[in-house]
Design a protein around this ligand. Structure first.
Ligand code: DGL
Length: 285
């Protein structure tokens, strides 16, 4: 308890608000993490969510580990100040660079997307040859390779950065010839290595899944870690006795962006698949 108290001082709040009715804090570098919110809503219908999208500082993919750690800490401080009971890092790059720091720094359960994605891939692979695609930062961190090898040391992992995918998805270019050409180039080394499973190691890539499924070799399974992350969040809340009481009320989530809330509102619909009524703006840093 003393450790938690000293941590709460470090994060600059008088008391860390926890309790079963408190919301879950979810954050991403931008809008992409809403794919995780979608799964959380489906699997945890009693839980309220505060989502923070760092739209002022997106993309995290090309930024250094130290910068992504700093941004992640600032967002965690803000979420703790809003009284969340757990934090879901719904960004692969932030998970890859900042999860160990956050787990040490935050006096609450912290769930990332990399371990759930690795576990899901290992459940479906038959050949133990797994492809991982992600931002430059995620792939350079080696986080997926470590997470897969921690469970299956003999698995072969072919990791491929796909830095052009995020801007293409942001533009809504999900099925253009240009996107197909780029995807063919990115996926070629994975086909060469005969992977039977590809982890979509970036929030934006599930939107490219139809195209990637056409390009990948027949029978290759694409792994979207959102569902597995929501399941892990459910298990973690249960373990800590933090599940929200059952409710039949329509829960109102809060959506917060660090810039351009109108853009968030518009594009968020594409990711979340349901209406967002309002987006607040909060500036950090
Ligand atoms: N959210 C990031 C991720 O999942 C993608 C966007 C970015 O580069 O910030 O890696």
């Amino acid at each position: 308890r003393r450790l938690a108290a000293s941590r709460s001082r470090r994060v600059g709040v008088d008391s860390v608000v926890t309790g079963n009715s408190a919301p879950i804090g979810v954050f991403d570098s931008g809008i992409g993490g809403l794919t995780v919110v979608h799964e959380l809503e489906r699997q945890l219908p009693n839980e309220r969510i505060i989502y923070f999208g760092d739209t002022a500082r997106v993309p995290y993919g090309p930024k250094s580990p130290a910068t992504v750690e700093r941004y992640s800490r600032e967002i965690a401080d803000w979420l703790i100040g809003e009284g969340v009971k757990a934090i879901v890092v719904a960004c692969n790059t932030a998970t890859a660079h900042a999860l160990p720091m956050l787990r040490d720094y935050v006096p609450l359960p912290v769930i990332g997307v990399v371990e759930p994605g690795a576990r899901a891939a290992l459940r479906v692979t038959r050949s133990q040859v797994i492809g991982v695609i992600g931002t430059a930062g995620t792939i350079a961190s080696g986080a997926y390779v470590r997470a897969i090898h921690a469970i299956a040391p003999a698995a072969r992992v072919v990791a491929q950065p796909c830095p052009l995918f995020v801007p293409l998805v942001e533009e809504g270019w999900l099925d253009r010839d240009a996107t197909r050409l780029i995807a063919e180039e990115y996926l070629a080394p994975l086909a060469e290595a005969e992977v039977d499973t590809i982890v979509l190691g970036c929030t934006h890539y599930p939107l490219l899944a139809p195209l990637l499924g056409e390009i990948a070799q027949p029978g290759v399974r694409l792994i979207d870690s959102a569902a597995e992350t929501a399941a892990e969040t459910s298990r973690t809340l249960h373990e800590h006795g933090l599940e929200a009481p059952a409710t039949t009320a329509r829960l109102v989530h809060r959506f917060v962006a660090s810039d351009a809330p109108e853009h968030f509102l518009r594009v968020g619909q594409r990711f979340l698949g349901s209406a967002i009524d309002r987006v607040e703006k909060v500036t950090l840093g």
